[in-house]
Design a protein around this ligand. Structure first.
Ligand SMILES: NC(=O)c1ccc[n+]([C@@H]2O[C@H](COP(=O)([O-])OP(=O)(O)OC[C@H]3O[C@@H](n4cnc5c(N)ncnc54)[C@H](O)[C@@H]3O)[C@@H](O)[C@H]2O)c1
Length: 381
């Protein structure tokens, strides 16, 4: 067996995303399945090194997973060639400097979104990585969600005909922490600590729209700070000054209108946390995280406005659930496998730091749109 082992230093690995999605459900899951199979007799095997500032937390995580190597000496690990790949899932404000240092040390880069606090910094990282000749990528996990992959299949097979519009409804109630502990870290709700749903979620919506419906040409975005008082992990009250809802409308270069609501202040009465409805001339589809329902033109009921009687049409019954014809792996793991193939086998990996910078650019322009109350064009980066 030809085994390509690759050392991956994982920074921010004690965090919510670092531990659950990247260490446990991606890197360790890949190791448990025997590596990434890339040929009859060939695999790629990632070897993680847990890095961070808190040795105790790292040790605890290491012990929980059978004694993985760990160190709080990040500069030392950067100089160690045993770990050619640097992964970063720290809080957003720390990403730019950390990734920059890793590029300077000659590491390949894979990191969480947002890749920086400004698009200029993001583009800077892209240029540095290109100049250093290292491989680089950004997490764009939503593209591997089963529901979105089913939508992509419908688009590619021309189920919709001409696509007219898309409606994205995302969000859930994030508890304030007063009576019920919050399910998101408190830095998310503080602007000075890199929080805010604009930077957080518009990075996702940028690549989702660009990849499925065409490059975003222009848009308008209204934000809100709906909840201004929250309680942190220690139960201390603080002023939450970060934007917690996005109300945006985008137009793409395929003239598709995407209308989006993305909020931490809404309660779910839909099939899933994320629902996307796509309306086309030949049919419509509604996708959640895993499932996708379709209604072709020939199955479309003909409603007549009459609120004086109960609806004669069962609207939900007129949709068919798409079958799940293949097994979908965890979205983060699926992208990790492609990145490892990119590093080891030089296979293409378009989700690079420039794509990451585009997400940050959209968030920046969104703040401007909100502040100036106007439509923004999105210049090509
Ligand atoms: N792709 C996605 O769907 C997705 C979802 C949520 C979060 N994220 C991104 O992942 C990143 C982490 O988010 P999270 O929710 O896991 O946050 P978190 O607060 O749970 O984890 C942050 C990590 O950074 C480390 N860290 C924080 N301050 C530090 C400091 N001063 N020095 C050294 N290390 C420090 C923490 O120890 C922890 O390991 C964010 O950039 C966020 O935008 C991505």
């Amino acid at each position: 067996m030809n085994v390509h082992t690759i050392g991956v230093m994982m920074n921010g690995v004690t965090g919510r995303m670092g531990t659950n999605q990247h260490l446990v459900r991606s890197i360790l899951a890949i190791r448990e399945q025997g590596g990434v199979k890339v040929g009859d007799n060939e695999i790629i095997m990632p070897e993680p090194l847990l890095v961070g500032r808190n040795e105790n937390k790292l040790k605890r995580l290491s012990d929980e997973h059978g004694g993985l190597p760990f160190t709080a000496d990040v500069p030392g690990a950067l100089q160690d060639n045993t770990w050619p790949l640097y992964f970063d899932a720290q809080t957003t404000v720390r990403r730019y400097e950390s990734v920059k240092a890793a590029i300077a040390a000659g590491k390949h880069i894979y990191c969480e979104k947002p890749i920086a606090m400004t698009s200029a910094q993001g583009l800077g990282l892209h240029s540095l990585a290109e100049r250093a000749g290292v491989k680089h990528g950004v997490v764009q996990d939503k593209l591997w969600l089963p529901g979105l992959r089913k939508l992509k299949h419908l688009i590619d097979s021309d189920f919709f005909g001409r696509i007219l519009s898309v409606r994205v409804d995302f969000g859930y109630w994030v508890f304030t922490g007063e009576h019920e502990p919050s399910q998101r870290p408190s830095w998310n709700s503080k602007r000075a600590e890199g929080g805010g749903v604009f930077l957080d979620m518009l990075c996702h919506w940028r690549y989702v729209i660009d990849n499925l419906f065409g490059y975003i040409k222009s848009f308008t975005c209204l934000g809100a700070v709906h909840v201004t008082e929250r309680w942190d992990e220690q139960g201390r009250r603080y002023d939450s000054d970060a934007d917690d809802a996005i109300y945006a409308t985008f137009i793409t270069d395929r003239d598709i209108i995407c209308h989006l609501s993305s909020s931490w202040c809404t309660r779910v009465r839909r099939d899933d946390l994320l629902m996307m409805q796509v309306d086309g001339m030949k049919g419509s589809a509604v996708a959640g995280l895993r499932e996708c329902w379709i209604q072709p033109d020939s199955m479309t009921p003909k409603p007549v406005w009459n609120p004086d009687i109960p609806s004669p049409i069962d609207y939900r019954a007129g949709w068919a659930l798409m079958p799940t014809n293949q097994e979908y792996d965890n979205a983060f793991k699926a992208q990790w496998e492609l990145f490892l193939r990119h590093v080891v086998l030089d296979e293409p990996f378009p989700w690079n730091l420039k794509e990451g910078a585009k997400g940050v650019q959209l968030a920046e322009l969104a703040y401007e749109s909100w502040e100036k109350r106007r439509w923004m064009d999105v210049p090509e980066l």
